[in-house]
Design a protein around this ligand. Structure first.
Ligand SMILES: [Zn+2]
Length: 375
């Protein structure tokens, strides 16, 4: 495990030792992990048997809806606190309905165009700046890019930099091809356009900003119809950290043979060392992982490649949703984590991968009783 440079400063923080002692007095493993736990040099181990398998990271969380009002920012942060989620990416949403639309979900309004926009990134950045909550570590994400018009991306990144210097550390979820949106005028980004992304991809690479991409693998009729899209992206930009959302699955493709799917994913991870995979969205659990035969195949894959996987809920914070909805999404998307070995659990659920990707000054605690707790 490589530690970020800032880690050397830890012993100088005056509150680390008292917090560590408090943790011990509260019973070591029994103490509820906090952000401070993840800054300790020698944190108490994480007891999976007692705490369950809910991750401390939600790397895929939309604070803004497709349309209509959003839940208040601090209310969503409160959901995270109440759930034990300590780290999250603050996504807007990659596409919005028109402001005068009465819909909150694009599938309820077929024929209405949904388009990428800067609105949500501004709204999130302002809400984050004004938020009083500081017990959850939040990373702001740029969700505005219109990948079919790549010439617009770098100027808008500069605009966000000017208005919110140093605040955005992630880009996505952006849409390369999302079949669910085809009824709302979205089309797959033309393959030939991907090479035109070079200016903003260079900027992301130089600043260490991951790009999280929704790129459907295919559909029931043609399971790998869009494999060329994610392949082209990875081939053009092998030095960027690119996170492939939902393992390429979607509602249009939940009956893919697990063995074939895992073979595709493995090939990608082997050929592109910087590629990462996101296992967010309850559709994966509800329609794929919940099948015990498929689950065994995916669990073996996740354990074998655990340094390349990120967890998330894909919760969308429209105003009609509640804490119970967030808990339900979190619980569903966590179910597969039960089948991880302790090393994989530490990498994926306890944040080790997330901290490494973002060079964050945090360290995942070891799992209690794991034989491989060494850093
Ligand atoms: Zn999403």
């Amino acid at each position: 495990m490589k530690f970020p440079p800032g880690r050397a400063e830890l012993p100088g923080r005056p509150w680390v030792l008292p917090l560590a002692l408090a943790g011990l007095l509260l019973g070591g493993c029994a103490a509820t992990p906090t952000l401070a736990t993840f800054r300790m040099d020698d944190p108490p181990c994480y007891d999976r048997a007692r705490r369950g398998n809910v991750p401390v990271v939600d790397s895929h969380l939309h604070f803004r809806p497709f349309g209509g009002p959003a839940l208040p920012f601090d209310e969503v942060v409160g959901y995270l606190e109440r759930s034990g989620v300590l780290f999250a990416n603050v996504y807007g949403i990659g596409q919005m309905l028109p402001l005068d639309s009465l819909c909150t979900y694009y599938l309820d309004c077929p024929g209405t165009p949904v388009t990428p926009t800067l609105k949500n990134d501004f709204a999130n950045a302002m809400a984050h700046a004004e938020s009083a909550r500081r017990d959850v570590h939040l990373t702001l994400s740029m969700t505005f890019p219109d990948l079919g018009r790549p010439e617009t991306v770098l100027p808008r990144m500069r605009l966000l930099d000017e208005e919110f210097p140093g605040r955005f550390g992630w880009m996505g979820e952006v849409n390369l091809v999302k079949q669910a949106l085809f009824g709302n005028w979205h089309r797959a980004v033309p393959l030939g356009k991907i090479r035109d992304w070079a200016p903003f991809m260079a900027e992301l690479r130089d600043r260490g900003i991951p790009l999280a991409v929704h790129a459907d693998l295919g559909n029931h009729r043609e399971p790998t119809a869009y494999l060329d899209w994610i392949e082209a992206l990875l081939r053009h930009y092998p030095d960027n950290v690119i996170v492939w959302m939902h393992l390429g699955l979607s509602r249009e493709l939940v009956d893919l043979d697990a063995g074939n799917h895992v073979a595709i994913l493995t090939s990608i991870l082997e050929r592109y060392p910087k590629a990462m995979l996101d296992i967010s969205w309850r559709v994966l659990e509800d329609h794929v992982f919940s099948d015990p035969r498929k689950r065994a195949v995916y669990a073996a894959f996740l354990n074998a490649h655990s340094e390349r996987i990120l967890p998330g809920t894909d919760f969308v914070a429209s105003a009609n949703r509640t804490f119970a909805d967030y808990r339900s999404d979190l619980e569903a998307t966590s179910r597969i984590l039960r089948y991880l070995d302790d090393t994989a659990f530490r990498n994926i659920a306890l944040g080790r991968n997330y901290f490494r990707l973002l060079n964050l000054d945090y360290e995942a605690p070891p799992v209690c009783g794991a034989p491989d707790n060494g850093g």
